[in-house]
Every structure is written in structure tokens, then in C-alpha cells.
Design a protein. Sequence first.
Length: 194
Amino acid sequence: MPQISTQAFKVVPLRVHSFLADVPLHDAWVVELPRVRPGITLNEFLRTPGVRLFALSPAAQALLNLRFLLGRVFGWDREPATNSWEPFSTRLTTEDQSKSLAPAGEREGHFRMVYRFENEQLLELANRTVHAAALSALLETPNTYRFYLGIYVCSVGWLTPLYMAMISPFRKLIVYPSLLRSVQTAWNHAFPSM
């Protein structure tokens, strides 16, 4: 699963680039998916019955379980005090709100919805380690579809840089590749080749 450069990611026509212009892009990944037919949107893909987009491998799930255990022990997973951060959903314009297919603030597992457009979804997570956003996008090319995953991270204190450095090898070698393989599996299930 290729990680792509910040420059390559920022030329992809996505709302997130201006929406989170002041938030550091931490990682960007792309996976090529078969073009089985034209006109498939991210929203259609996400709403396909029986499709679980981000299913983790056992190794990635074990790492995540360890992280959640440590989060409970050290109190990392509580949201920061409300006066110390502002949800990304407060940046939504009237046009963004009218285009969004899911309400801001709706829970998506450990995340909260910021917006879901036809081909772009932004989720956020705020806790004592990070204020982060996860971007999923699907773009059609003449021969394939490209699924993009972008991770944005704001510092919430002294722990953020240390925490991100500590988990970096696990994210890049185990977690993100597992997530992107599950996207390929979900795509093949949702849109089998003829």
C-alpha cells in the first residue's frame, strides 16, 4: 500500500485541503481499486450492505487493543476539557452542511463525523493524546478508482509529539497497511469483477 507525499496528496481535488489548511497532514496513503463500472461514489461504497470498510488484521487489532488498554490505564482516551479544543465541525460552512450526507457529531466507532460528501468523508477524534482527523476519499480515474486515506494531527500538549513518534512504526508498518487491505477486500466484496 503506497504512502504518498504531502505534495502528491495536496493536488488531489478535495475539500479537506482548505478545510484543514492549518492542521498538519501526518500521513497520506492511496490504494488503487478496480474500475468495475463508472460512477461509484464513496457514499455508495460505505453504504453497501455487509461491507465493513476498516476491518483490521489480528496483529493490527492486537495493537489497537493494547493501545485502548493503555488509554484506560493512563486516562488518555478522555476528551480534553471543552475550553481547550474546538471540534472541526465548527468550521463547516452553510454549503458544507447542506452537502453533507451525515450529521456532524454523529458517532462512527471511536470517531465523530465532521462531514460526508459523495466522495469524501472526514472523521475526528479528540483525546488527551491528539486531536486528529481521518480523511477517506474515492476518486474515479479512466482505468481505476483511487481510495485515499489522510491523517491530520493537532497537538494537544507535550504528550502528542512523543506519542506520535512512539506509535509511528506500528501505524506505518501494521495498522495503515491492514486498513487499506481491508478497503481492497471490502471493494471486491461490494463490487465484484464481472
